[in-house]
Design a protein around this ligand. Structure first.
Ligand code: GLC
Length: 547
């Protein structure tokens, strides 16, 4: 498996690093991260860590009901985060370090405070009425159909003043735009042009599969299955989401998005990535486009919902590989601003194995900020809860604050994120005295050192950043092993998903050199793959070249 693409581009060979701007670095002492803070930390990203691109979650003007995913102006920077000039400086400084910039594009909904929505809701006859999705009440006066909002409750909100309901796939403060109106597409494509002209290298399209729904607004059927490929979203999971998202017309929109990006790609390639929460992988892969002319990287969340077991993880990877066509390029994530951190989901020891997996699979990895340190979810006391999702379905743990806490830079009060006297917008982890950049930088056994070495190896070896992927048959073993090969390079990656040592027999393996182990600092050992022993929680990379 593994089709080598003709040319290798930054978004294929590189590693993306996701920054949640509120939480990365505060430069002005208000307890909230900002763009200048990110600029100050670019050397960390480019040199210390060695990633290739950064994706910035939204920094646009917003009442922050959904912390920036509710936008009032797509063409500016919220004063909390800085100014457009700060953004331009960030882009210039990033490019000077060969770091690409990906920004979040939120096409499905605006803030209710966006002037477009203010106009739209002002009267049924307003010229922007059709910019959003308005429907009459059902005959009993209730919502027009049974669609549910992702964070809970009906996806429809009655606007008393005009007597119609508007659609909101998320919070009621986030009305859905009507992408069936060509004026909406024009306006949103102008947004893409605006940022492309400011030099951005790509977009992460928020809820990309959501923008076109059933034009007849049919009810969703019930979902009676109990098997969830993804975390439980409460009431939202009681339906099959066949009509409230992913209408086939969506593909034409993404072909046009791709065309637009291509028209800006003569100087350097621009990339469209998109959030696609689909776990039927052939359907997921349709977002690459039949002619591979839609999204370059439909983000794949397979490793997030999966139980942390070798067989289950291998099934995800093999399913992804199984739907890749020549020219399409896989990608993986272990965490993001909506998901519990990997070190919490899998435990600190397995987080190291997970990092090795992420950075050695075929395809583009996205690393969530702080995961390279082994940051864990932070319990949030009730009085400090910020995310409204915590309250929409109480008790389900849908709140996303625990994984959004400030980056841990050093052991000082507030961990170098904001000045000691400031109050960080979310509490900083109690483990920040141990889990922080400064401390881990000097410790060869730290997660940061592991991540740095993995990134270096990946960059040095075409087998790791471009090569093919071939899983190794290990029978019932609770380990996962695969080959990565390119030209005369051959690496074996073997991962022990358990806390006990495991003996592996790698067929036709022969002898090789241990390049890196998550548990054994003594690299360069010669190992015999016919009798490979992995210690508890050990992942290793063995180099077979020139054996
Ligand atoms: C995406 C974002 C999430 C946001 C939602 C609505 O899932 O990642 O943070 O709440 O879209 O925009």
């Amino acid at each position: 498996m593994g089709h080598r693409s003709e040319t290798s581009l930054w978004w294929q060979t590189g590693v993306i690093y996701q920054i949640y701007p509120r939480s990365f670095q505060d430069s002005n002492g208000d307890g909230t991260g900002d763009l200048n803070g990110i600029t100050q930390r670019l050397d960390y990203l480019a040199e210390t860590l060695g990633v290739d691109a950064i994706w910035l979650s939204p920094f646009y003007p917003s009442p922050m009901k959904d912390f920036g995913y509710d936008i009032t102006n797509y063409l500016d920077v919220d004063p909390i985060f800085g100014t457009l000039e700060d953004f331009d400086r960030l882009v210039a400084e990033a490019h000077a370090r060969d770091l690409q910039i990906i920004v979040d594009f939120v096409p499905n909904h605006t803030s209710e405070e966006h002037p477009w929505f203010q106009e739209s809701r002002s009267s049924r006859g307003n010229q922007r009425r059709e910019w959003y999705v308005w429907r009459d009440p059902s005959p009993d006066g209730g919502p027009p159909n049974n669609w549910l909002a992702v964070p809970g409750g009906s996806a429809w909100e009655l606007d008393e003043h005009t007597g119609q309901y508007y659609l909101h796939s998320f919070l009621k403060e986030q009305p859905d735009l009507n992408w069936r109106n060509p004026l909406v597409e024009d306006a949103m494509f102008d947004v893409l042009r605006f940022w492309l002209e400011r030099g951005v290298d790509g977009f992460r399209i928020d809820m990309a599969q959501r923008i076109l729904k059933d034009p007849d607004f049919r009810d969703n059927p019930p979902d009676t299955s109990s098997d969830r490929p993804y975390k439980s979203l409460g009431r939202y999971d009681s339906q099959l989401h066949v009509y409230d998202q992913g209408h086939p017309d969506i593909h034409a929109v993404y072909r046009r998005v791709r065309h637009l990006l291509d028209s800006y790609s003569s100087s350097r390639p621009r990339m469209a990535g998109g959030e696609i929460h689909i776990f039927d992988y052939s359907q997921w892969a349709s977002y690459y486009g039949i002619e591979l002319d839609e999204l370059h990287l439909p983000f794949n969340f397979g490793l997030i919902g999966v139980p942390w077991e070798a067989a289950a993880v291998r099934r995800v990877v093999d399913s992804i590989e199984g739907v890749m066509r020549p020219g399409s390029w896989p990608n993986y994530v272990l965490g993001n601003h909506d998901e519990h951190r990997i070190a919490t989901r899998a435990g600190e020891a397995q987080a190291r194995v997970a990092m090795m997996l992420l950075l050695t699979l075929r395809g583009t990895p996205t690393v969530y900020y702080g995961d390279e340190l082994g940051m864990t979810d932070v319990p949030i006391p009730a009085e400090r809860i910020q995310d409204p999702w915590e309250r929409t379905e109480p008790g389900l743990g849908l709140g996303r604050d625990p994984e959004r806490t400030p980056m841990q830079w050093d052991a000082s009060p507030n961990s170098g994120f904001c000045p000691p006297e400031a109050r960080p917008w979310l509490p900083i982890s109690e483990n920040c005295g141990r889990v922080n950049v400064q401390q881990e930088y000097d410790d060869a056994g730290s997660m940061l050192s592991l991540a740095r070495t993995l990134l270096t190896l990946r960059r040095q070896h075409p087998s790791l950043h471009l090569g093919s992927y071939h899983p190794v048959e290990l029978g019932e073993s609770p380990c996962f092993a695969y080959w990565r090969e390119e030209g005369d390079e051959r690496h074996l990656v073997a991962l022990n998903f358990t806390g006990e040592s495991q003996n592996l027999h790698i067929p036709n393996g022969g002898g090789g050199r241990l390049r890196l182990s998550t548990t054994n600092p003594d690299s360069d050992l010669v190992v015999d793959l016919a009798r490979l022993t992995l210690s508890p929680n050990e992942g290793c990379i063995v180099d077979l070249r020139g054996r």
